[in-house]
Design a protein around this ligand. Structure first.
Ligand SMILES: NC(=O)c1ccc[n+]([C@@H]2O[C@H](COP(=O)([O-])OP(=O)(O)OC[C@H]3O[C@@H](n4cnc5c(N)ncnc54)[C@H](OP(=O)(O)O)[C@@H]3O)[C@@H](O)[C@H]2O)c1
Length: 338
């Protein structure tokens, strides 16, 4: 039996568990040059909410009536290709179902990398942070770098790379616990609790000389506030806009757009997939920083196939403590031969 979570109802406002429908179906058969993967872990990203709209973003929308898409790791249980062996772990775009056909191009999980690390700081969000901060934000030592969503998967890595690169790193996150983690574990210079503090007031206090680089994960009103604190020639690496994803994306932009001209700001959006040439260097650096304890990270691992839709929604309430994952099942060690 193949359990599935189908994308069934398009949301009109915040996504909810009612957008998804549970089904059971037969296990697909892999063709020549393909393998059958059994899902072990799912990873959740806020942008998946944008794939539920009926227009194309940088990804085509997920068709209604099909299993929801999302990154994950599956274990090969049948292989019709010499490129993949039974027991191999493959990562990449999966769907919310127990069994899926995977192609020869599937990315193998290195045997010495734990899955939560592979899907966390060494995965898409870590690479996004590296490319977005260093190539788009272009911080210089001594710059003040501000990151929103700073206790999350992407933001926490970006904010710590800023610290590693000799910048003054300030993070914005929701709640005292997340801000404490930013100061004590991620070792940022300062943290702002946007849910309980006045962000403009705290920025004036903590960044009296302004902000040089803003790594934006949130968009919306926070972006407008921060534009008012940017320095001349400041760079805004526009990574995401989670505050708008549940509002249909078509919201008016910041009211203070003239600040872009006045301060000669650069706002640059980016998508990690466009920078694959940077992956080898990013992977090497991230690997060294993670192994050396210079980048602290948290993975929030929920359990069980039934909890998939509810786990996705944790990203929007801020319930996730770091990279949001869900374990569907353990890796079958009898298949890996370990
Ligand atoms: N451009 C790319 O290639 C790329 C790739 C990956 C991710 N992204 C973007 O990066 C951002 C972070 O993604 P992630 O996967 O690392 O998720 P994450 O930061 O681990 O989780 C999402 C966090 O967003 C915060 N949040 C939720 N609603 C918010 C709101 N209305 N206002 C402010 N903060 C809110 C919550 O933290 P608090 O508890 O602090 O509120 C929540 O924990 C997203 O915008 C995502 O789309 C972009």
């Amino acid at each position: 039996m193949n359990r599935q979570w189908i994308y069934a109802v398009r949301p009109d406002g915040p996504a909810s568990v009612d957008n998804f429908e549970y089904r059971e179906t037969t296990i697909p058969e892999p063709g020549d040059g393909q393998a059958l993967g059994r899902l072990c872990y799912l990873s959740f990203e806020p942008a998946m909410r944008t794939w539920m709209e009926d227009f194309i973003t940088y990804m085509p929308p997920v068709p209604l009536g099909t299993p929801m898409l999302g990154p994950g790791v599956s274990q090969v249980v049948v292989s019709n290709t010499p490129a993949l062996n039974e027991g191999d772990l493959v990562s990449g775009m999966m769907s919310w179902q127990d069994y899926q056909v995977v192609g020869e191009q599937a990315r193998l999980v290195p045997p010495d990398t734990p899955i939560p690390v592979m899907l966390g700081p060494m995965g898409g969000t870590g690479l996004t942070a590296y490319i977005g901060l260093l190539d788009i934000g272009r911080p210089q030592p001594g710059d003040t770098v501000l990151t929103s969503g700073a206790a999350g998967a992407t933001g926490s890595v970006a904010a710590q790379i800023a610290r590693i690169k000799g910048c003054r790193s300030v993070g914005i996150a929701g709640g005292g616990d997340k801000c404490r983690w930013l100061l004590e574990e991620a070792r940022l210079d300062a943290a702002i609790d946007y849910k309980n503090e006045n962000v403009a007031g705290r920025l004036a206090e903590l960044c009296p000389d302004g902000v040089d680089v803003y790594f934006d994960n949130v968009g919306g009103d926070l972006l407008e506030t921060i534009m008012g604190h940017m320095n001349q020639g400041g760079r805004l690496a526009v990574c995401g806009a989670i505050s708008t994803y549940n509002q249909g994306l078509r919201r008016p932009g910041p009211a203070n757009m003239f600040e872009i001209i006045e301060k000669r700001l650069t706002l640059q959006g980016f998508v990690m997939f466009d920078h694959m040439d940077r992956v080898p260097e990013a992977t090497r650096d991230l690997g060294q920083w993670v192994a050396g304890g210079e980048i602290a990270f948290r993975t929030d691992i929920q359990q069980g196939f039934d909890n998939i839709p509810a786990t996705f929604l944790r990203l929007f309430s801020g319930a996730n403590q770091g990279k949001q994952l869900l374990k569907v099942r353990d890796v079958d060690q009898t298949l890996t031969g370990q």
